[in-house]
Design a protein around this ligand. Sequence first.
Ligand code: THU
Length: 169
Amino acid sequence: MTAFFDYNLMRKIEISTSATIFDSLAELSKDDQLLMQKAIEAKNTSYAPYSQFHVGAAVLLENDVIVLGSNQENAAYPSGMCAERVAVWKASSQYPNTSILKIAISASSKHTKVDKPVGPCGACRQTLLEYEVKQQQPFALLFMGETGAVVKTNSLVDLLPFSFDKSFL
Ligand code: THU
C-alpha cells in the first residue's frame, strides 16, 4: 500500500495574523467610532430571550449606507441567527452589488459585564469571508464587548487561516 503522505516532506509552518488593539472606543478614528456606535445601537433590536447575550452589527457599504443587524434567537435554538450574518445578509439582499467597506460588532450580556472584545463565531467568519472573496476587496472588522478594548482587523483572512472558498469548487 502506498502511503498517502510522504513523511519526508512533513514540515511545520507558522501562520501569523495581525490586528490592532485599541484600549477603548475613544481611541478609534471618528469614522470607526461612528460605525461602532451604530453597532451598539443595533443591540437594542437584539432578540435574545434565551442567552440574554445581545449582539449588534453595523455594515458600512461603499454607497455610504449603514446596514444594521442583531442576533435573533429561537426556542428551537439552532434556528436562531447571529447579528453578523443577519446584518451582512440584509446588506447583500438589499444592495447585492455594493461592496462592504467595514463591519463593526458589539456585544453585551444581561448576566456579566462583557469587557473583552467579542470576535465573530466561526460560521460568521466563513459567511463574511464569502463576501470578501466575492467583492475581491478586503474589508475591515472592528469588534468589542460592552466596554474595554476594541480589536480591528483589515481582512477576514486574518481571522480564518486555511479557509474554504470557491477556489476549491
Ligand atoms: N452571537 C452573535 O450574534 N454573534 C456571534 O458571533 C457570537 C454569538 C449570538 C448568538 C446567540 O444569540 C448569542 O449570541 C449567544 O450565543
